[in-house]
Design a protein around this ligand. Structure first.
Ligand code: ZN
Length: 168
């Protein structure tokens, strides 16, 4: 299953970026100055300090180990597959109900109508969640949120002008 457990490297693929300029109003052109994140720890998670090479501000970012990142990807992958499988099962059940010989006057049967409403909603939501998890399984890079260390030394979620660029 190469999809769910593609190899996690010691160096996160996510990059730290200092946003240099944003130009225009209709078309936003953004230039970044990127630098790599701290290496992953051998196990568990570690919060590393990052100094922006462009402006010298200090940031904190949590990076998870290869094992932890892989485990999370596998979990997303399994959740995604389960969602899709359940959706397929619901679809199958719905069509099975519809094809029963005595189910021809479905519109007048309140039980079957509510069954349709129920499976309809779930049948739409499950594949969406399932696909979302599958995409996450591929993109998850084991990197936490970026925090900026303010002048008083306390971490802040306001990282004005800086962000993490997700991996492709
Ligand atoms: Zn900067």
């Amino acid at each position: 299953m190469a999809f769910g457990s593609s190899i996690v490297m010691d160096q996160p693929r996510t990059m730290f970026a200092h946003v240099l300029s944003v130009q225009g109003t209709a078309v936003v052109v953004t230039n970044h100055r990127v630098q790599p994140l701290p290496m992953r720890p051998q196990e568990g998670s570690s919060t590393g300090k990052l100094v922006c090479q462009a402006c010298g501000q200090q940031f904190l970012v949590t990076v998870h180990s290869c094992a932890r990142t892989t485990a999370k990807r596998v979990r997303y992958f399994v959740l995604g597959l389960t969602g899709l499988a359940l959706a397929a099962l619901l679809l199958w059940l719905t069509f099975d109900v519809a094809m029963q010989p005595d189910g021809s006057d479905l519109d007048t049967d309140p039980d079957t109508a509510s069954w349709y409403g129920y499976t309809g909603m779930t049948g739409i939501l499950l594949p969406i969640f399932g696909l979302g998890y599958l995409i996450n399984a591929r993109k998850y890079d084991g990197v936490g949120k970026l925090r900026r260390i303010g002048e008083d030394g306390t971490p802040s979620i306001r990282t004005a002008g800086h962000k993490l660029l997700p991996s492709r």
